[in-house]
Design a binder for this molecule. Sequence first.
Ligand code: GTR
Length: 406
Amino acid sequence: MAQPAFKPNYDENKMPAYTLPNVLQLPGGQPVTSAKQWSTVQRPAILQLFKEHVYGQMPGKPRVIRSVVRSVDEQALGGKAIRKQLTLFFGNGDDAPNMEILLYLPKTTKPAPVFAGLNFFGNHCVSNDPGILLSTRWLPNRNEQVVTNRATEKARGMQASRWEVEELIAHGYGTATVYYGDLEPDHATGWQTGIRTTLKDELHIAPEAWSAIGAWAWGLSRLMDYLETDPAVDAKRVMLHGHSRLGKAALWAGANDERFAMVISNDSGEGGAAIARRMFGETVERINTSFPYWFVGKFKSYNQNENAMPTDQHMLLALVAPRPLYVASAQDDQWADPKGEFLGAKEAEPVWTLFGKKGLGVSAMPSVDQPVGQTIGYHIRTGGHDITPYDWQQYIRFADKHFRKP
Ligand code: GTR
Protein backbone atom coordinates (compact mmCIF):
# COMPACT_ATOMS: atom_id res chain seq x y z
CA MET A 1 0.00 0.00 0.00
CA ALA A 2 1.28 3.47 -0.86
CA GLN A 3 2.48 5.52 2.11
CA PRO A 4 0.46 8.68 2.79
CA ALA A 5 2.37 11.76 1.55
CA PHE A 6 4.45 13.48 4.25
CA LYS A 7 2.87 16.71 5.44
CA PRO A 8 5.37 18.87 7.32
CA ASN A 9 4.08 20.77 10.32
CA TYR A 10 4.73 24.52 10.14
CA ASP A 11 2.49 25.50 13.03
CA GLU A 12 4.13 26.33 16.37
CA ASN A 13 0.81 25.56 18.06
CA LYS A 14 0.91 21.99 16.83
CA MET A 15 4.29 21.24 18.35
CA PRO A 16 4.47 17.96 20.26
CA ALA A 17 5.31 18.13 23.97
CA TYR A 18 8.94 17.34 24.57
CA THR A 19 11.70 17.50 27.17
CA LEU A 20 15.25 17.97 25.94
CA PRO A 21 18.14 16.08 27.49
CA ASN A 22 20.16 18.54 29.57
CA VAL A 23 23.65 18.98 28.07
CA LEU A 24 25.05 19.50 31.55
CA GLN A 25 23.53 16.47 33.22
CA LEU A 26 25.55 13.30 33.61
CA PRO A 27 23.92 9.93 32.87
CA GLY A 28 23.54 9.33 36.63
CA GLY A 29 21.62 12.61 36.97
CA GLN A 30 24.40 14.68 38.60
CA PRO A 31 25.18 18.07 37.10
CA VAL A 32 28.39 18.85 35.21
CA THR A 33 29.97 21.62 37.24
CA SER A 34 33.38 22.29 35.67
CA ALA A 35 34.94 22.73 32.27
CA LYS A 36 37.28 19.87 33.11
CA GLN A 37 34.37 17.55 33.86
CA TRP A 38 32.79 18.59 30.57
CA SER A 39 35.97 17.85 28.59
CA THR A 40 36.91 14.59 30.27
CA VAL A 41 33.53 12.99 31.02
CA GLN A 42 30.49 14.60 29.42
CA ARG A 43 31.92 15.56 26.05
CA PRO A 44 33.24 12.05 25.27
CA ALA A 45 29.97 10.51 26.51
CA ILE A 46 27.83 12.72 24.24
CA LEU A 47 30.13 12.13 21.26
CA GLN A 48 29.70 8.41 21.83
CA LEU A 49 25.89 8.74 21.86
CA PHE A 50 25.96 10.45 18.46
CA LYS A 51 28.21 7.69 17.09
CA GLU A 52 25.89 4.94 18.29
CA HIS A 53 22.54 6.50 17.54
CA VAL A 54 22.96 8.99 14.71
CA TYR A 55 26.07 9.27 12.50
CA GLY A 56 28.06 6.10 13.24
CA GLN A 57 31.66 5.46 14.25
CA MET A 58 34.44 7.76 13.12
CA PRO A 59 37.55 5.86 12.01
CA GLY A 60 41.05 7.34 12.23
CA LYS A 61 43.52 8.06 9.46
CA PRO A 62 44.74 5.62 6.87
CA ARG A 63 48.38 4.53 7.41
CA VAL A 64 49.54 6.46 4.37
CA ILE A 65 48.32 9.90 3.34
CA ARG A 66 50.15 11.44 0.39
CA SER A 67 49.52 14.76 -1.30
CA VAL A 68 50.48 15.14 -4.94
CA VAL A 69 50.48 18.67 -6.34
CA ARG A 70 48.51 18.99 -9.58
CA SER A 71 48.97 22.68 -10.22
CA VAL A 72 50.07 25.90 -8.58
CA ASP A 73 49.28 29.33 -9.95
CA GLU A 74 50.89 32.27 -8.15
CA GLN A 75 48.85 34.74 -10.21
CA ALA A 76 45.32 33.40 -9.80
CA LEU A 77 42.19 35.59 -9.71
CA GLY A 78 43.85 38.38 -11.64
CA GLY A 79 47.04 38.18 -9.58
CA LYS A 80 45.29 38.52 -6.23
CA ALA A 81 45.67 34.96 -4.99
CA ILE A 82 47.66 31.76 -5.10
CA ARG A 83 45.73 28.73 -6.33
CA LYS A 84 46.90 25.24 -5.45
CA GLN A 85 45.34 21.97 -6.55
CA LEU A 86 46.36 18.68 -5.03
CA THR A 87 45.26 15.10 -4.86
CA LEU A 88 45.30 13.59 -1.41
CA PHE A 89 45.83 9.83 -1.69
CA PHE A 90 44.77 7.48 1.11
CA GLY A 91 47.43 4.83 0.52
CA ASN A 92 50.28 4.05 -1.86
CA GLY A 93 49.84 3.89 -5.62
CA ASP A 94 47.95 5.95 -8.16
CA ASP A 95 44.83 3.83 -7.74
CA ALA A 96 44.57 4.45 -3.98
CA PRO A 97 41.29 6.12 -2.94
CA ASN A 98 41.76 9.87 -2.99
CA MET A 99 40.20 13.30 -2.89
CA GLU A 100 40.97 16.48 -4.83
CA ILE A 101 41.77 19.63 -2.87
CA LEU A 102 41.37 23.17 -4.22
CA LEU A 103 43.04 25.86 -2.14
CA TYR A 104 43.17 29.64 -2.68
CA LEU A 105 45.50 31.66 -0.49
CA PRO A 106 45.96 35.40 -0.10
CA LYS A 107 49.38 36.73 -1.03
CA THR A 108 50.84 37.30 2.41
CA THR A 109 54.13 36.41 3.99
CA LYS A 110 52.47 34.98 7.10
CA PRO A 111 50.55 31.69 7.23
CA ALA A 112 46.93 32.47 6.34
CA PRO A 113 43.76 31.57 8.22
CA VAL A 114 41.54 29.45 5.99
CA PHE A 115 37.83 28.74 5.59
CA ALA A 116 37.39 25.05 4.76
CA GLY A 117 34.31 23.26 3.48
CA LEU A 118 32.94 20.64 1.15
CA ASN A 119 31.23 21.58 -2.12
CA PHE A 120 28.21 20.02 -3.86
CA PHE A 121 29.28 19.85 -7.51
CA GLY A 122 33.05 19.39 -7.84
CA ASN A 123 35.81 21.93 -7.12
CA HIS A 124 35.14 23.62 -10.47
CA CYS A 125 31.69 24.68 -9.15
CA VAL A 126 33.05 27.23 -6.64
CA SER A 127 34.52 29.72 -9.13
CA ASN A 128 34.59 30.60 -12.82
CA ASP A 129 38.40 30.50 -12.64
CA PRO A 130 39.24 28.51 -15.82
CA GLY A 131 42.35 27.09 -14.17
CA ILE A 132 40.34 24.82 -11.86
CA LEU A 133 40.56 21.19 -12.93
CA LEU A 134 37.16 19.84 -13.92
CA SER A 135 36.09 17.03 -11.58
CA THR A 136 35.82 13.67 -13.33
CA ARG A 137 33.76 12.01 -10.58
CA TRP A 138 30.12 10.98 -10.43
CA LEU A 139 27.89 14.03 -10.02
CA PRO A 140 24.11 14.36 -9.81
CA ASN A 141 22.76 15.36 -13.23
CA ARG A 142 21.79 18.98 -13.63
CA ASN A 143 20.71 20.79 -16.81
CA GLU A 144 23.58 21.10 -19.27
CA GLN A 145 26.09 21.38 -16.45
CA VAL A 146 26.16 17.74 -15.46
CA VAL A 147 25.22 15.25 -18.16
CA THR A 148 25.27 11.45 -17.69
CA ASN A 149 26.67 12.11 -14.23
CA ARG A 150 29.77 13.91 -15.48
CA ALA A 151 30.64 17.61 -15.35
CA THR A 152 30.68 19.52 -18.63
CA GLU A 153 32.55 22.79 -19.23
CA LYS A 154 29.26 24.53 -18.34
CA ALA A 155 29.61 23.29 -14.77
CA ARG A 156 32.35 25.83 -14.05
CA GLY A 157 31.28 28.30 -11.42
CA MET A 158 27.81 26.78 -11.20
CA GLN A 159 27.77 27.49 -7.44
CA ALA A 160 30.16 30.44 -7.45
CA SER A 161 27.51 32.61 -5.80
CA ARG A 162 27.83 30.42 -2.70
CA TRP A 163 31.58 30.81 -2.29
CA GLU A 164 32.77 34.43 -2.25
CA VAL A 165 36.36 33.35 -2.96
CA GLU A 166 37.50 36.87 -3.90
CA GLU A 167 35.84 38.44 -0.88
CA LEU A 168 37.66 36.01 1.44
CA ILE A 169 40.99 36.70 -0.23
CA ALA A 170 40.40 40.45 0.06
CA HIS A 171 39.90 39.98 3.82
CA GLY A 172 43.11 37.97 4.18
CA TYR A 173 41.54 34.52 4.32
CA GLY A 174 42.30 31.46 2.25
CA THR A 175 39.64 28.99 1.20
CA ALA A 176 39.98 25.23 0.85
CA THR A 177 37.43 22.86 -0.62
CA VAL A 178 36.81 19.25 -1.61
CA TYR A 179 33.88 17.74 -3.54
CA TYR A 180 31.91 15.64 -1.05
CA GLY A 181 31.32 12.96 -3.68
CA ASP A 182 35.07 12.24 -3.63
CA LEU A 183 34.36 10.59 -0.28
CA GLU A 184 30.96 9.10 -1.06
CA PRO A 185 28.63 9.82 -3.96
CA ASP A 186 25.35 11.10 -2.53
CA HIS A 187 22.89 8.39 -3.51
CA ALA A 188 21.58 5.17 -2.00
CA THR A 189 24.33 2.92 -3.39
CA GLY A 190 27.09 5.56 -3.26
CA TRP A 191 28.72 3.75 -0.33
CA GLN A 192 29.65 0.90 -2.68
CA THR A 193 32.12 3.07 -4.59
CA GLY A 194 32.94 5.51 -1.77
CA ILE A 195 35.49 5.24 1.01
CA ARG A 196 33.14 3.25 3.24
CA THR A 197 33.88 0.38 0.83
CA THR A 198 37.26 1.24 -0.69
CA LEU A 199 38.88 1.90 2.71
CA LYS A 200 36.99 -0.60 4.85
CA ASP A 201 39.96 -2.92 5.36
CA GLU A 202 42.43 -0.08 5.76
CA LEU A 203 40.28 1.67 8.35
CA HIS A 204 39.01 -1.56 9.95
CA ILE A 205 35.39 -0.53 9.79
CA ALA A 206 32.32 -2.09 8.17
CA PRO A 207 30.37 0.20 5.78
CA GLU A 208 27.26 0.00 7.95
CA ALA A 209 29.15 0.98 11.11
CA TRP A 210 29.19 4.57 9.84
CA SER A 211 27.25 6.70 7.37
CA ALA A 212 27.50 9.01 4.38
CA ILE A 213 27.57 12.04 6.70
CA GLY A 214 30.32 10.24 8.60
CA ALA A 215 32.33 9.69 5.41
CA TRP A 216 31.96 13.35 4.37
CA ALA A 217 33.01 14.51 7.83
CA TRP A 218 35.99 12.14 7.76
CA GLY A 219 37.09 13.82 4.53
CA LEU A 220 37.07 17.20 6.28
CA SER A 221 39.48 15.84 8.87
CA ARG A 222 41.73 14.58 6.09
CA LEU A 223 41.58 18.05 4.53
CA MET A 224 42.77 19.33 7.90
CA ASP A 225 45.58 16.75 7.85
CA TYR A 226 46.73 18.29 4.59
CA LEU A 227 46.32 21.89 5.78
CA GLU A 228 48.55 21.11 8.76
CA THR A 229 51.35 20.23 6.36
CA ASP A 230 51.09 23.37 4.23
CA PRO A 231 53.39 26.09 5.60
CA ALA A 232 51.33 28.80 3.88
CA VAL A 233 48.32 27.86 6.03
CA ASP A 234 47.77 28.71 9.69
CA ALA A 235 46.23 25.39 10.72
CA LYS A 236 45.32 26.82 14.14
CA ARG A 237 42.85 29.11 12.38
CA VAL A 238 40.81 26.85 10.13
CA MET A 239 37.14 27.78 10.02
CA LEU A 240 34.93 24.89 9.02
CA HIS A 241 31.71 25.67 7.15
CA GLY A 242 28.95 23.81 5.37
CA HIS A 243 25.53 24.39 3.88
CA SER A 244 22.54 22.15 4.45
CA ARG A 245 23.57 18.47 4.28
CA LEU A 246 27.16 19.68 4.19
CA GLY A 247 26.37 21.79 7.26
CA LYS A 248 25.38 18.57 9.02
CA ALA A 249 28.71 17.06 7.91
CA ALA A 250 30.64 20.15 9.06
CA LEU A 251 29.04 19.99 12.52
CA TRP A 252 29.82 16.29 12.80
CA ALA A 253 33.42 16.88 11.70
CA GLY A 254 33.81 19.80 14.10
CA ALA A 255 32.39 17.69 16.93
CA ASN A 256 34.90 14.90 16.32
CA ASP A 257 37.93 16.94 15.39
CA GLU A 258 38.91 19.73 17.74
CA ARG A 259 41.64 20.97 15.42
CA PHE A 260 38.97 23.06 13.65
CA ALA A 261 39.08 26.46 15.31
CA MET A 262 35.52 27.44 14.48
CA VAL A 263 32.43 25.77 13.00
CA ILE A 264 29.72 27.35 10.83
CA SER A 265 26.36 25.74 10.19
CA ASN A 266 24.54 27.33 7.25
CA ASP A 267 20.89 26.19 7.08
CA SER A 268 21.81 22.68 8.32
CA GLY A 269 18.31 21.91 9.62
CA GLU A 270 17.24 18.38 10.52
CA GLY A 271 20.20 16.25 11.57
CA GLY A 272 22.17 19.51 11.80
CA ALA A 273 21.49 22.42 14.14
CA ALA A 274 17.68 22.07 14.48
CA ILE A 275 16.05 20.50 17.51
CA ALA A 276 14.56 17.24 16.20
CA ARG A 277 11.95 16.90 18.94
CA ARG A 278 10.11 19.94 17.58
CA MET A 279 9.15 17.92 14.49
CA PHE A 280 8.82 21.21 12.60
CA GLY A 281 9.40 20.99 8.84
CA GLU A 282 11.63 18.02 8.04
CA THR A 283 11.47 15.27 10.69
CA VAL A 284 13.61 12.30 11.69
CA GLU A 285 11.27 9.95 9.86
CA ARG A 286 11.25 12.06 6.75
CA ILE A 287 15.03 12.40 6.51
CA ASN A 288 15.47 8.69 7.23
CA THR A 289 13.06 7.92 4.41
CA SER A 290 14.58 10.29 1.82
CA PHE A 291 18.20 9.72 2.82
CA PRO A 292 18.52 6.51 4.87
CA TYR A 293 22.23 6.20 4.06
CA TRP A 294 23.09 9.58 5.62
CA PHE A 295 22.74 8.08 9.12
CA VAL A 296 23.31 4.73 10.85
CA GLY A 297 20.60 2.05 10.99
CA LYS A 298 19.88 2.71 14.65
CA PHE A 299 18.70 6.26 13.82
CA LYS A 300 15.66 4.75 12.07
CA SER A 301 14.36 3.49 15.40
CA TYR A 302 13.60 7.13 16.28
CA ASN A 303 11.17 7.68 13.41
CA GLN A 304 8.18 9.37 15.09
CA ASN A 305 9.88 8.38 18.29
CA GLU A 306 12.06 11.45 18.90
CA ASN A 307 11.49 11.51 22.64
CA ALA A 308 13.26 8.17 22.93
CA MET A 309 16.51 9.57 21.51
CA PRO A 310 19.29 9.94 24.04
CA THR A 311 20.45 12.94 21.98
CA ASP A 312 19.08 16.05 20.36
CA GLN A 313 20.92 18.48 18.13
CA HIS A 314 21.77 21.06 20.81
CA MET A 315 24.10 18.36 22.16
CA LEU A 316 25.87 18.20 18.81
CA LEU A 317 26.34 21.98 18.80
CA ALA A 318 27.62 21.78 22.37
CA LEU A 319 30.48 19.57 21.17
CA VAL A 320 31.91 22.61 19.37
CA ALA A 321 32.40 24.40 22.74
CA PRO A 322 34.38 26.31 23.80
CA ARG A 323 35.35 27.16 20.21
CA PRO A 324 33.38 29.79 18.29
CA LEU A 325 30.22 28.41 16.65
CA TYR A 326 28.02 30.19 14.12
CA VAL A 327 24.50 29.01 13.28
CA ALA A 328 22.67 30.65 10.39
CA SER A 329 19.08 30.27 9.24
CA ALA A 330 16.98 31.69 6.43
CA GLN A 331 13.47 33.01 6.81
CA ASP A 332 11.97 31.13 3.87
CA ASP A 333 13.78 27.91 4.75
CA GLN A 334 11.04 26.65 7.07
CA TRP A 335 11.84 23.06 6.07
CA ALA A 336 15.09 23.46 8.07
CA ASP A 337 13.19 24.97 11.05
CA PRO A 338 14.96 28.29 11.72
CA LYS A 339 13.52 28.54 15.22
CA GLY A 340 14.68 25.00 15.96
CA GLU A 341 18.17 25.99 14.77
CA PHE A 342 18.16 29.01 17.07
CA LEU A 343 16.96 26.89 19.99
CA GLY A 344 19.67 24.32 19.23
CA ALA A 345 22.26 27.06 19.75
CA LYS A 346 20.43 28.46 22.78
CA GLU A 347 20.20 25.08 24.52
CA ALA A 348 23.90 24.43 23.87
CA GLU A 349 24.92 27.77 25.39
CA PRO A 350 25.36 26.56 29.03
CA VAL A 351 28.50 24.70 27.93
CA TRP A 352 30.14 27.95 26.76
CA THR A 353 29.07 29.55 30.04
CA LEU A 354 30.84 26.75 31.89
CA PHE A 355 34.03 27.78 30.07
CA GLY A 356 33.51 31.40 31.10
CA LYS A 357 32.52 32.41 27.56
CA LYS A 358 29.56 34.46 26.45
CA GLY A 359 27.45 32.49 24.00
CA LEU A 360 24.51 34.04 22.18
CA GLY A 361 23.91 36.69 24.80
CA VAL A 362 20.20 36.93 23.94
CA SER A 363 17.27 34.97 25.28
CA ALA A 364 14.87 35.39 22.38
CA MET A 365 15.34 34.70 18.70
CA PRO A 366 16.47 37.90 16.95
CA SER A 367 14.45 39.41 14.13
CA VAL A 368 15.42 38.91 10.52
CA ASP A 369 18.80 40.31 9.42
CA GLN A 370 19.86 41.15 13.00
CA PRO A 371 22.93 39.01 13.76
CA VAL A 372 23.59 38.36 17.45
CA GLY A 373 26.11 36.59 19.62
CA GLN A 374 29.56 36.48 21.12
CA THR A 375 31.17 33.05 21.00
CA ILE A 376 28.00 31.62 19.47
CA GLY A 377 26.87 33.69 16.50
CA TYR A 378 23.38 33.47 15.05
CA HIS A 379 21.35 35.13 12.34
CA ILE A 380 18.23 34.54 10.36
CA ARG A 381 18.33 36.38 7.06
CA THR A 382 15.69 37.16 4.51
CA GLY A 383 15.48 34.73 1.61
CA GLY A 384 15.59 31.00 1.09
CA HIS A 385 17.76 27.92 1.51
CA ASP A 386 21.13 29.10 0.21
CA ILE A 387 24.48 30.67 1.12
CA THR A 388 24.47 34.32 0.18
CA PRO A 389 26.94 37.22 0.35
CA TYR A 390 25.04 38.33 3.47
CA ASP A 391 25.86 35.03 5.18
CA TRP A 392 29.53 35.36 4.20
CA GLN A 393 29.71 38.93 5.51
CA GLN A 394 28.63 37.62 8.92
CA TYR A 395 31.09 34.72 8.86
CA ILE A 396 33.98 37.01 7.95
CA ARG A 397 33.01 39.48 10.66
CA PHE A 398 32.70 36.67 13.22
CA ALA A 399 36.06 35.16 12.23
CA ASP A 400 37.69 38.61 12.33
CA LYS A 401 36.32 39.13 15.83
CA HIS A 402 37.72 35.84 17.13
CA PHE A 403 40.90 35.35 15.15
CA ARG A 404 42.21 38.68 13.94
CA LYS A 405 42.48 40.52 17.20
CA PRO A 406 44.98 43.35 16.83
C1 GTR B 1 17.02 18.29 1.53
C2 GTR B 1 17.07 17.64 2.89
C3 GTR B 1 17.64 18.60 3.88
C4 GTR B 1 18.90 19.25 3.37
C5 GTR B 1 18.83 19.60 1.89
C6 GTR B 1 20.15 20.00 1.24
O1 GTR B 1 16.42 17.52 0.58
O2 GTR B 1 15.75 17.28 3.24
O3 GTR B 1 17.84 17.97 5.11
O4 GTR B 1 20.00 18.44 3.63
O5 GTR B 1 18.33 18.57 1.16
O6 GTR B 1 21.21 19.41 1.50
O7 GTR B 1 20.11 20.94 0.44
